[in-house]
Write a protein of this length. Structure first.
Length: 182
């Protein structure tokens, strides 16, 4: 269980687990600013942000007194993890995440939803070598193995490991009730 007043929260999990959705909701419930690392990573035309630019964005955002940030980018963990007081880990089973990822991606393609900096998911990249579905298969099980080790190296963090969407909904509901009563 989280401390009653987390102030600097990282939301982590595999691609498609719902990091951004949860982080946005936590920001709303707790009255904290929210940032999505993908927005700093993916420049217009799906160009990767220069490392210094990405790290500067993470540095500036996490220098605030309170925040919620989602993302798994290791290239700035040395900045964000020491500044965080809480990690919320969405550790859902692969079939749950894959189904969410597939339906979300297809919906975004169909509606031409803008993601970040004018970027949209495209039909021709759905199964591409560096596409999001293949990224899921490349990273899901790896993250499940490596995340506990990462967390063990950061004993200052309060960790909330959520293993199902239902568990996450119940937890956010309790958090919202607690913070509305304060």
């Amino acid at each position: 269980m989280l401390k009653p007043h987390p102030r600097r929260i990282l939301v982590i999990g595999t691609t498609g687990s719902g990091k951004t959705t949860l982080a946005r909701e936590l920001g709303r419930v707790l009255g904290l600013p929210h940032a999505e690392q993908d927005a700093w990573q993916h420049l217009a035309g799906w160009q990767e942000a220069p490392l210094a630019e990405f790290r500067a964005a993470v540095d500036a955002f996490t220098a605030q007194d309170a925040w919620v940030m989602d993302g798994n980018y290791t290239k700035a963990q040395d900045i964000s993890w020491p500044r965080a007081d809480t990690v919320v880990w969405l550790d859902y089973p692969a079939p749950v995440v894959f189904w969410r990822l597939l339906t979300r991606t297809l919906r975004r393609m169909w509606t031409r939803e803008e993601l970040w900096n004018g970027n949209r998911e495209q039909w021709q990249t759905l199964l591409a070598r560096d596409g999001i579905l293949r990224w899921f298969f490349k990273t899901h099980w790896k993250r499940r193995r490596t995340t506990p080790r990462q967390l063990a190296r950061s004993p200052h963090l309060d960790v909330m490991r959520l293993r199902s969407p239902a568990q996450t909904r119940r937890w956010v509901g309790r958090l919202a009730r607690f913070h509305s009563a304060v």
